[in-house]
Structures are given as C-alpha cells and as structure tokens.
Write a protein that binds this ligand. Structure first.
Ligand code: SF4
Length: 169
C-alpha cells in the first residue's frame, strides 16, 4: 500500500489546528510551519492551520509559558470549542525546557492548560509532530511517546507497503 493511501486511511477526519506561541524561541514554531509546507504537506490528511482558535480542534502550543502571556493563553483555550485537544510541542512546552526555573516562566503548557499530548524535542522533528497527531486520532495508545509511536507507525507502514522506509526518512 502506498504511504499516501495508508496515511489517508489513518487520518479520515479533518483536524484544524491553531498555533500558539507562549514564549518559544521560534525553533518549534518553524517546525510546526514546516509540517504544513508542501514538503510534509499535512493538508493531505485534513490538517489545516486556522487563524482563530474559534475554528480549531487542536491547539499546538510551543514554548515555555511566561507570566506575561499566561492569561492570554488561557483565553485562547477558552475560545476553542469543545471537544478540543492540546498538544505541547517541544521540550519547553512539555515542561519548561531550559527555562523551567527562570523567574518569569510558570513552566510548560500544562501550567496553564490541560495538555493531552506531549511531543518532546528541541525542537521536535516535523515527523514527530505528525506522529503526535496520529496518536491523537487513536491510531496508537494515548500517552505513548511520539518517538516510540513513530517507530511503531513506520513498522506498520513498512509492513503494508512492502518497502523499506528509513526512520530518518
Ligand atoms: S524546545 Fe527548543 S526549539 Fe522549542 S522553543 Fe524550546 S528552546 Fe526553542
């Protein structure tokens, strides 16, 4: 089975995402945007970046949460209709990263939001972000680490396509 067909099966429903920078250095933001470029082409799977949290199913949160933006981030969450998912993208969003004990940092995204999935890395590779979405869709057990999920996912794709696929692919 071609990878594209297989992925289309795995992502049968559209997921509209809203990107939130809570104080990131822009490294994670670049990778989130990278996922949406024609190279990774997440729109093939119905994953689309939207300009308002009111239209979103998923919040992609990048960066440690600074005191300055905490209330604004909460308002973004409240403006997103339920059901909704929150992804913490990158080590900073997962737990504060190298800034965790800074005077102006509250911590990772979970310090102000209920986070559903964590995609670690500094920054995470675009593939890891895509695999995080695969976890969200129930393809893999909840709370499975994206790196592990990614490897399992590649095994399945490889088995179905009959082609060797490099994990670094
Ligand atoms: S995880 Fe790394 S790349 Fe992402 S915001 Fe933090 S320092 Fe920047």
């Amino acid at each position: 089975m071609a990878i594209k067909d297989y992925l289309t099966k795995l992502f049968p429903k559209s997921l509209w995402v809203y990107h939130v920078n809570t104080g990131a250095c822009n490294g994670c933001d670049i990778e989130v945007i990278n996922v949406l470029t024609p190279y990774y082409d997440a729109e093939r799977f119905g994953i689309k970046l939207v300009g308002s949290p009111r239209h979103a199913d998923v919040l992609l949160v990048c960066g440690p949460v600074s005191r300055q933006v905490a209330s604004a981030v909460r308002r973004v969450y409240e403006a997103t209709p339920s059901p909704k998912l929150v992804f913490a993208i990158g080590s900073c969003a997962c737990g504060g990263g190298i800034w965790h004990d800074s005077y102006n940092i509250l911590g990772g995204a979970e310090s102000v939001l209920p986070v559903d999935y964590y995609v670690p890395g500094c920054p995470p590779r675009p593939e890891a972000i895509l695999y995080g979405v695969a976890v969200a869709l129930g393809i893999l057990p909840k709370k499975t680490a994206p790196v592990v999920a990614r490897q399992k996912f590649l095994d399945v794709v490889e088995a179905n396509s009959g082609e060797a696929i490099s994990p670094e692919g």
